[in-house]
Design a protein around this ligand. Sequence first.
Ligand code: SAM
Length: 432
Amino acid sequence: MGSTFLSPASVTKEHDLASLHLSRDQSLPVILSTQAANAADEGYAEGVVTNTRFGSFPHSTIIGAPWGSQIRASIVDTGSRGRGGPKKRKADALENEDGAGTKNAVAASSGFVHVLPPTPENWTTSLPHRTQVVYTPDYSYILHRIRARPGSRLIEAGSGSGSFTHAAARAAFDGYPQQHAPNGDDEGGEGNRSTGQVFSFEYHAERHEKVKAEMAEHGLDTVVSAYHRDVYKDGFLVGDEQETSPRANAVFLDLPAPWEALPHLTRHASNGTLSSLDPESAVHICTFSPCIEQAQKTVSELRRHDWLEIETVEMQHKRIDIRREYTSLQYDGLRGTNPYAVDVEEAVSKLREVEQRARDFHAGILSAKAAKAINNQQRDKSASLPFNGGKLIHRTEPDLKTHTSYLVFALLPRAWTEEDEAAAQAKWSKHV
Ligand code: SAM
């Protein structure tokens, strides 16, 4: 079975996971279904109805729509169940049927949502939180730095709420090696596993079960294998007897004590036999810690285990909200125009000025008093700026969903054996 996360069809279907996009920061994951949600709803044509602050959305009006469509709210009071019963609803339906005989009595109303295919990004904003999660700005950066790409073999611990897992699955997925069977019976079997793989470890039993079930529900179990494991104690080997190496070339540790897992991530594993890392590839690692002391411990343990190019990055996101403010007098003179239009060049150049001022201030070039004087001058100047004279302001948004964290990155070069050296010498001698 394909995954709507990895390769959505062009239109929505029954049982698809969809993301109902309500606003920039709010989306609602729903499984589309025309089956009545409960016994009391039997006999209603619209099946499951999702109620939002923008109105009610019977799934029958969403199923079959191209992904990305705007869906209008039903004007039928879906809350009338129990008060009017099926008869009243049928009457409502007929009353509201439009010229084209709109199914299920859904007609234009002011509320709407957009129906989007599920993505790691919209899943992250709406998933049920069981732990702290890694948010999109962080996992985008992390996956880029650990070189996650189609075909990567990525170890993740702990799975937590599965936020990072979804993004890692999409990054590592490299298609199915076998052609899909012509009869559509393409489920199961090792042949249908992507070669890019995510090995996700979690020691909390319920969280592990939940992530495992979610991967199956989201069609990502061909890419992600979830393990119930204390990785500090038992490491990262896989297989029934923990006899197989995942041959990982990328690692992400979001654990309270990542340094305790590091002895299992060496070229020669702690049991002296098998390493969990790919011997033929360099391995990139990232650890995520909320405080600098934890990052320091990780760095020290990485050094002990031969990791190189160790770097710590502090993550502190700020989203900058740019808008134009008017006095009420200015606003009155602007009817019929878009008074909030922001000229992008103007906004960017203003931001650059502010950033430069901050740099000068921190470098000691600019005193606090001088910085304030320039700010005041700018404020006066902005009254004569283009775009209707409104004052361009920018504020940082306080509620950006991410927390300060320290990411430690490092690299372990590929293993180099006597056989590798002999092969390299032989290859070289052919060219000289
Ligand atoms: N990265 C996850 C996400 O984006 O949803 C969140 C991970 S959460 C902050 C940390 C997880 O590590 C918790 O679920 C915890 O149970 C798990 N954990 C802690 N110690 C562990 C260990 N020794 N082995 C495996 N998992 C562990």
